[in-house]
Design a protein around this ligand. Structure first.
Ligand SMILES: Nc1ncnc2c1ncn2[C@@H]1O[C@H](COP(=O)(O)OP(=O)(O)O)[C@@H](O)[C@H]1O
Ligand SMILES: [Mg+2]
Length: 320
């Protein structure tokens, strides 16, 4: 099997590291500090821009599988390595907004006004504290009622797509858009699937990991057949991997058997640091840059960026 948990690739500093490792002063803490320095000063290890702008919807109707955590940390990893990224928080809980240090009190310009076409995307986008390259359109609690409000509107499944025009995204100058979905297959998630080209599905290495996945996949098929021909599942990310359990390996094997290379080689380990970071309104990259959690999200982001650099253009659709 070829997956890896948080192995960082060699870098120009590798030689220096090897040399210093042989000196008596080399300690695990020094190694972690060196890793942290590479995360915090990544200029030399930039990630490639994609061949075309990528819009990825992060979806799984199960709650707690790592959608939000993966959205914010992948986005931050790309942004810290020189790629311009927009995160759209489409969950009324606003957890992605919190982790990215973006205001989302009632009254803040948010995705709610954008979906109602009361505001342009650029007016609602705020710069994240995680990186100047990272923008976020936050979600306020107003979004909680929007599924009911949308029901009676024209083109109710197309509201997000109509906001994410080429022009709007060019104005923000972003190469990647990640849409963080709520834990349901309601109208907000449908809007996200209609607006994207790609779906990224985080799967937790746990009991019942694959339960409900069939329903998600058939919804994606329905959206592709009727609303968005360019939609496809491009990326599977295994999250909360616990190397001490046999179960985690079984889930990993099963997912790889099912999805093949769509699943990233990098697997995100279960790590306390990852779960602590949002409590400080931070990504794990800022909270503990030398941690395994931070390194694994950087590895996963690099895989995504490398795939994106050689990707074929998606089929053109009306209005895009
Ligand atoms: N790799 C991880 N290790 C430890 N805890 C994690 C990890 N990924 C996510 N969590 C925690 O699990 C919970 C659910 O994650 P979250 O990203 O909010 O899921 P979702 O958005 O799918 O509901 C959160 O408390 C989060 O901090
Ligand atoms: Mg979430």
């Amino acid at each position: 099997m070829t997956f890896k948990v948080s192995q960082h690739e060699s870098s120009p500093n590798e030689l220096a590291r090897r040399v210093s490792r042989e000196t008596p002063e080399w300690t695990p803490i020094a190694e972690e500090a060196a890793r942290a320095a590479r995360v915090l000063h990544p200029d030399r290890y930039g990630m490639p821009r994609p061949s075309h702008r990528r819009v990825l919807t992060v979806a799984n109707q199960k709650g707690g599988v790592g959608k939000t955590t993966s959205t914010v940390n992948l986005a931050a990893a790309l942004a810290m390595h020189g790629v311009r990224v927009l995160v759209i928080d489409l969950d009324p809980q606003g957890n992605a907004s919190t982790a990215l240090g973006v205001e989302h009190r009632v009254g803040t310009p948010s995705i709610y006004e954008v979906l109602l076409a009361e505001m342009r995307l650029a007016e609602a986008a705020a710069v994240s504290t995680a990186s100047p390259n990272l923008l976020c359109v936050p979600a306020t609690i107003d979004l909680a009622g929007v599924e009911i409000e949308l029901v009676s509107m024209v083109a109710r499944e197309n509201r997000l797509r109509q906001a994410l025009t080429d022009r709007a995204l060019a104005e923000l100058n972003v190469d990647y858009v990640f849409v963080d979905c709520p834990p349901s297959l309601g109208l907000l998630t449908v809007n996200a699937l209609v607006a994207a080209n790609e779906v990224l599905i985080p799967i937790q290495c746990e009991y019942y990991a694959l339960e409900g996945l069939g329903q998600l996949l058939s919804n994606i098929d329905l959206v592709r057949a009727h609303l968005n021909t360019s939609l496809h599942v491009s990326t599977i990310l295994l999250t909360m991997y616990d190397g001490r359990t046999k179960l985690a390996d079984q889930v990993t094997t099963e997912v790889r058997g099912h999805f093949g290379n769509t699943a990233l080689r990098t697997v995100i380990p279960r790590s306390v640091k990852v779960s602590e970071a949002p409590g400080f309104s931070q990504t794990v990259l800022a909270y503990d840059p030398g941690s395994r959690g931070a390194m694994s999200y950087i590895d996963a982001a690099r895989e995504i960026a490398e795939r994106g650099a050689v990707m074929d253009l998606p089929p053109r659709r009306d209005g895009r």
